[in-house]
Design a protein. Sequence first.
Length: 317
Amino acid sequence: MTDHDDWTDTLRPFLPEDPTPEPPADDPAPEPQDGFTLPEPAGMLPFPEVEPAGGVAWVVGGQLVGDPAGDAAHWFEQAANGYCVPSSIAQIVSEYSGSHHADESAFVARANALHLFTIGPDGVPSMGIDGAHALLEDAGVPADIEIGIGVDTLVGYLAEGRRVMLAVDSDEIWYGREDEAAADHAVVLTGVDTTRGVAILSDPGTPDGNMLEVPLDVLADAWADGGNAALVCDYPPGEVPGPAFVDAEPGGPVVEVVPAVLPAGDAPAGVVTGAAVPGAADEPSGQVEAVVSWLVERPYVVLPVLLVGGAILARRR
């Protein structure tokens, strides 16, 4: 038998020599119920439910949890690499304040004023989860940092109307790559469709990130790379005071990051080293220009965001 015939045989259904006779005409097959479901034959058990990794049963009654359509009105694509955290926070604050922020510029400026950005040994600016938390609460939205929680807990938060920001591995979200890389991106989880088993994200890092649908098992893997870290708002919108700086001009220019720390000896050539001290007026006059110039000359370098202690979570976006 040739290889081609063998391949064909594997696709052909096996027919016994003595096929089972057809039922008599006076014993018709049962009619479908609800247009598509046939009754179960006697003694036949239903197929077992398949549990995804982590033991979380995604489909619970079949429902849409959250408000992805409502949150979609506040989505925008981030203006620069490394701004996924201030962009995500801007979208959350828009929900809570009732004042739409069309970009992240006000939040980058505020983080700058609060010295929430730092420079790591590789000379790349970053923000820690404590900084992200401080920025959100400074905007008037009380929240808590949670690490190591599960998807079922997130579904519960969404059901309560609370907003949630996650640290994820962008490779798995965008390209379906399964790797051991740390999380490098921040997104807002706006909904979970338990009927179809998908998460709905407000992702500022990609042009099609508004109501981006990701299979729940993919989200679980990508989120696990960030230690299952989440920034969870304490209350739903409408139950907390408005943010402190909703009068910022939407659509204004994005403010360059003023580094809070720039370790001596480890920064790339052309970047002035030295530690920042409180107060923008105390910064060396050439430090900001040197950092910005260095980044402009290296567009492939992205600004990271640290959302889990010691782990870099946003080198790409």
